[in-house]
Ligand binder design. Structure first.
Ligand SMILES: CC(C)(COP(=O)(O)OP(=O)(O)OC[C@H]1O[C@@H](n2cnc3c(N)ncnc32)[C@H](O)[C@@H]1OP(=O)(O)O)[C@@H](O)C(=O)NCCC(=O)NCCS
Length: 140
């Protein structure tokens, strides 16, 4: 199915939030609350992936190239949508970086496959005390 990547607008907030909640339920990974998500989504460069029916993925990237939150609906993973979303934000930044929970094997594999490197560990980064890898992508 054809998937289009486009800049998000205010109408995309709730559909993107629903995708985020699907990711959270399925993987137990994306835990931002709605107010934080909403502020982040509106204040930064956000892009969504949509097929002919609905929003199936989103990415929020801050001005300094920091990917604050990013997800693809679990029914649509491994179809290249995550790669297309990161490609979109990469076109605006020479360097990208993010935090990834050290237990989030799928995301770690994704980022390493894309060309991000593990830079260091941020101890107790998450509210439950989990550590994060700081991952960095630098244009070669
Ligand atoms: C991480 C995530 C965004 C990847 O999205 P995606 O659309 O599935 O990514 P792609 O299809 O572009 O994957 C590209 C490559 O990355 C690797 N990859 C992606 N997901 C993977 C997984 N779960 N396990 C192992 N490798 C994976 C593979 O090499 C894949 O290529 P292949 O499918 O040809 O083998 C998605 O799994 C997701 O939303 N996860 C839950 C939320 C999350 O963890 N977000 C990141 C928080 S920082």
């Amino acid at each position: 199915m054809e998937v289009k990547i486009r800049k998000a607008n205010s109408k995309d907030l709730i559909p993107a939030w629903r995708v985020k909640e699907k990711c959270r339920r399925k993987k137990g990974m994306l835990r931002q609350d709605f107010l934080t998500f909403s502020a982040d989504f509106s204040a930064n460069k956000s892009f969504i992936a949509e097929n002919t029916e609905k929003v199936v993925g989103f990415i929020i990237c801050r001005n300094n190239g920091y990917i604050s939150i990013f997800g693809v609906h679990p029914d649509y993973t491994r179809e290249g949508i995550g790669t297309a979303l990161v490609n979109r934000v990469k076109s605006n930044h020479k360097n990208l970086w993010c935090h990834v929970r050290i237990t989030n094997d799928g995301a770690l594999e994704f980022y390493e496959n894309y060309g991000f490197d593990k830079r260091n560990i941020a101890r107790n980064y998450y509210v439950n005390g989990d550590d994060a890898y700081v991952m960095v992508y630098s244009e070669k």
